[in-house]
Design a protein around this ligand. Structure first.
Ligand SMILES: NC(=O)c1ccc[n+]([C@@H]2O[C@H](COP(=O)([O-])OP(=O)(O)OC[C@H]3O[C@@H](n4cnc5c(N)ncnc54)[C@H](OP(=O)(O)O)[C@@H]3O)[C@@H](O)[C@H]2O)c1
Length: 272
């Protein structure tokens, strides 16, 4: 497994997304994923499955130090005090000890960022989490958060796939040595019907989903595809044995369009 270059955190470039996976199904998939070589697991307080993700990892029998576990603080837990309490709860659900990476799931305009960042830095210094970062942060928010934080923010988890041009925010992350981790990396499955991705996939003996994931990791962007099907777990990790040409990378990048964003809520920030 390759790792993202983050000057500190050692984030496996491919992980398993777990949104909407729950209960024994979630635990079973996580356990299977470990067996297939996944070493990075993405959960969140909002997903209500931290307990199941922890159960799956423990059931796999893998050494704790071999897996990288990410969880995210819900936007209504960003006030100091509440943030610390919620992180302790997450640790209690996961039962894996220290969290490898704690992200702020979404910005919340109702809570001053300086207070949230102070609380985030505190949970790191208290040893509850090994690394801290953000998610859904725009260029302006990255700049503000980086100025406020006395600890390095190692990652910004953002929506990223061939249909969305995220070049501005990726450039800002790189300027601050933050790893970029792509959520919805196969555009929730839309890439599988794409004519361009299918044609390129056929050349390499790969599926459109694999092309979409390869397109990201080949740019040094992490990816956390989600699936509820065991056979797709294997498919989504079989992306390290081929390489897209420069011309194919350019062709895939040209699929981006202004309506390409999938995840947009009433609480979303003003996107770049
Ligand atoms: N930070 C945030 O705000 C945020 C927001 C959204 C997501 N995330 C994280 O990112 C993860 C991934 O994003 P996502 O769940 O939105 O979308 P995604 O991973 O791009 O797509 C998941 C969908 O694609 C299907 N799929 C998976 N592998 C496939 C394959 N090889 N071929 C065809 N279809 C396939 C899955 O269906 P099957 O189950 O039937 O395979 C599922 O419907 C989430 O689970 C979550 O952990 C974070």
């Amino acid at each position: 497994m390759l790792f993202l270059d983050t000057k500190g955190a050692h984030i496996p470039i491919l992980g398993l997304g777990t949104w909407e996976l729950r209960g024994r199904e979630c635990a079973r998939l996580v356990e299977q994923a470990v067996r297939l070589g996944y070493r990075h697991f993405d959960t969140a307080q909002m997903y209500g499955n931290e307990r199941d993700v922890g159960d799956g990892i423990r059931a796999s029998g893998i050494k704790r130090s071999e897996v990288f576990v990410v969880t995210k603080v819900a936007p209504d837990h960003l006030a100091p005090g509440l943030l610390e309490r919620s992180v302790k709860e997450s640790i209690g659900y996961l039962r894996l000890g220290e969290i490898d990476l704690l992200l702020l799931h979404w910005p919340n305009k109702g809570i001053p960022l300086s207070e949230t960042i102070d609380a985030l830095v505190r949970v790191k210094r208290e040893g509850l989490v090994r690394n801290i970062g953000v998610s859904n942060y725009t260029v302006a928010l990255i700049e503000e958060a980086a100025k406020l934080s006395d600890e390095r923010l190692v990652c910004n988890q953002i929506e990223c796939h061939p249909y969305l041009d995220q070049s501005k925010v990726i450039a800002a992350c790189r300027a601050h040595d933050m790893a970029v981790v792509a959520y919805s990396p196969i555009a929730r499955g839309h890439t599988i019907d794409d004519a361009v991705m299918s044609r390129i996939g056929k050349v390499h003996g790969k599926t459109p989903a694999q092309v979409s994931l390869r397109y990201l990791i080949q740019q040094g962007i992490g990816a956390i595809p989600r699936t509820s099907r065991v056979e797709r777990l294997a498919e989504n990790i079989a992306i390290f044995d081929f390489e897209l040409t420069d011309a194919e990378m350019v062709e895939i990048a040209a699929l981006a369009h202004p309506d390409g964003r999938i995840v947009d809520w009433s609480w979303s920030p003003q996107w770049d």
